[in-house]
Each structure stands twice: as C-alpha cells, then as structure tokens.
Write a protein that binds this ligand. Sequence first.
Ligand code: HEM
Length: 406
Amino acid sequence: MSDTIIPTGLQLTVFDETFRNRPHEHFDALRAAEPVHQDRTLGRVALTRAVDVAAVLKDRSLSVDQDNAGPDSIVQKFRTEQDRSAPRSMLVLDDPDHARLRRLVSHAFNARAIEAMKPEVARIADELLDAVEGQDSFDLIEAFASPLPIIVIADMLGVDAADRGEFRRWSKGLANVFSPIRTPELLAGLKVNADELSAYFAHAIAARRVAPRGDLISALIAAEDGRDRLSGEEIVTMCNLLLLAGNLTTTDLIGNTVLALLANLEQRAKLLAEPGRVGDAVEETLRRDPPVMQSLRIPLADCDIGGVPVPAGSAITTFLMAASTDPALHADPLAYDIDRADKTHFAFGGGAHFCLGAPLARAEAAIGIERLLARFPALALAGKPIERNMSAAFNGVRELWVTPAA
Ligand code: HEM
C-alpha cells in the first residue's frame, strides 16, 4: 500500500487552500495514484491524465446537458431552481440543437472576423494604458485585464457609448454566477442583473431589426442557414453566453500571463527582445495556468475510461490544467517556458464544444500584452500579496499590483 493521500471531495475545489493556490500539488498526486478518480463525496469522476481528457473531450456520444446527470451527481446536488429554468445556451446543449446554434454564429468569430478587430483591440488597449500613465503603481486586473475584453465585446455587439457604463456593470455582475457560495442574496442579485441585461439586449435587437448596423447583433439577426434563423430569445441567450464565456476568461488569461512573465524575468527579457513572440507566452499560459479549470461531460450509457467503469449519468470532470501539465505530455511540465516547441494544451476544451472565442481571446491577450510591455518595458510586481479568485470555474488572480517604472 502506498502512503499517498488521494485528494478528493472539497480538496478538489476552491474551498481548499492548496487547490486554490497550488493546484498542481493535488493534480500530481491524483494523476499518479488514481487518474480516473471516483469522488463519491461530491459525486463526480475526476480526470487528470492528458490521454483520458483528450478522449473524453472529443467523444461526441457524451452529453453536456445537465438534465442527463444522475441524482447523486455534483450537478444535481448543487443545481438551483434558477439554474434549471434559465434559458440554455449552446454550451449546455447537445446536437442537433448545439450544432444548429453553433453553425449560425460561427462565421462571426472566424479568423477573418477577428483579424478585422485587431486594430480596434490595440486602440482600446492603448486607451486603457493612457489612463494609468504616470501612476506609481496600479492594479492590472482592474485597470486593464478586466475592462479590455468587456469593451471589445461591447464594441463588437454595437453597444452605444452612452450605455457603456451600465454594460460594464452588468458584465461584471455576471461573474457572480461562478461564485461557489450561493446565498439567497447573491441569487437575487444575479436575477436582477440577468433581467436588466436581457432587457437591454431585447431592446437592442428590436432596434436593429428596424435599422441594421454593421455590428454583431445585426449579424446574429441576419445569420441564416437555409431557411433557419435565430429567434430573438436565442440571440439574447447567445449574447449572454458571449459575455459569460468570454470576459472573465480573457481577463484571467491576460492576468496569468503578466504574472508569469513578471515572476520569471528571463522570460520577460526574451519577449522584450522579440515582441513578435508574445503569442508563445500566451500559449504557454494557456498550457500551464489556464483560465478555465474544468469542463463537464455526462455519459448516456455505462462506459469505461482508462479501464475504470463509469456508469451512465456520471458527472465527468475533465481537469484541463491537470491534463495540460501531464508529464506524459510535456517534459518539465510546470516550468513556464515560452520556447517550448510542443504547445499542446486543453485550455479551450475540445471536440464539438471547442471554444468558439479562441481566436478572439488569443488576439486580445497577445495584443494587450504586446502594448503593455511596449509602453512599460520595466513593468514589475509591486510586491503586494497575490490572491486567487474564489471561483468554482475559473483560475485567475483577484488583483495584480504592478509598478510601471523601474
Ligand atoms: C467554450 C475556454 C474565451 C466563447 C469554451 C470551452 C472552454 C473555453 C474550455 C469549452 C467548454 C466545454 O467543452 O465544456 C475559454 C478560454 C478563453 C475563452 C480559456 C479565454 C482565454 C472566449 C471568448 C468567447 C468565448 C472571448 C467569445 C466572446 C465561447 C463559446 C463557447 C466556449 C460561445 C461554447 C462553444 C460550444 O458550446 O460549442 N471556452 N474561452 N470564449 N467559449 Fe470560450
């Protein structure tokens, strides 16, 4: 018998101090001892090996529809009435509904559409940096990493300048969806926020039907596949999903990359010498310190993962960070090395639900960090304590205080 203590239950959540601050300690222990782990306390099967996570993500017979999860699973234990009755986005729908919705929106996020956004992303990044110019220190999350994706998506959607303040408030309010502590007050606040945001989108959709513009809301109204179109309610749900899936994640990608570069100054030096390699730094963060921790799949029939039987209705948690730092995949997997030749990672999931916004997220992070280091080449950590967010789904820091000048 080995003495290894296998982390399980709450130890694999943000309620655990080690998981929050040094998740690799738990992932390494689990991967070595029980890579397909039946967690009976919380009711899930936790995967930490790259081979299993890759296979599960690309298996299109598995469901993402939470209705298919068994009564003892983590999904049903923590699902509120509000969750059950909320309109469903494609993220939690199976085919054919998922394929239909994805087909109708995918062109708005293809490489050409994102290429066209790049000058605008650079302009927004520069404006945010203008605002901190001359300060002795600033919180990079509040001043830069958080507003950048919110302003970019507001621009893409066509939110009017006068509504930007409210839009930012709603976008930030959405983050509470991922709070692991769900008090009645929090749920009530979430409902008000969601209702206001949905009413705003419904109003914008009605206005664009009368007078279309060159923005994403107009494109979603016009999107056609044969005779199929998105309904007004589907467009509202889609817009909500874009904010929910795209804002905090991109904030965390920028924050985690800057933190890694400032904690590994030889890596920052490489980037300052060759700013064109910023994409390598972004990929290395996606691999070693990804914004999304986990993704869920539910088998509709009994199956087998790595020789372990997994019953129908199980909640399979693929730990994306654990898979991307599997020593079977990468040598010295915890080192942050922008020169790494093999950049394989699972940060954007895989298979049918592979992140639709990946080209946009990569562009925002690369342009944002390139502009930041060009403006402040001597950027350094200000020496304040760094705390991870208390979020069930995401991996990022609450604040990141930096000093722009040496
Ligand atoms: C799906 C990660 C940014 C829109 C996903 C999934 C992951 C992910 C892991 C798959 C979830 C699953 O398989 O269960 C990330 C990360 C991002 C990011 C790490 C930033 C670094 C964005 C952005 C947008 C976006 C900027 C759009 C504005 C979506 C959508 C889906 C998705 C719509 C659902 C796709 C589907 O169900 O077919 N993302 N995302 N994401 N993401 Fe992202």
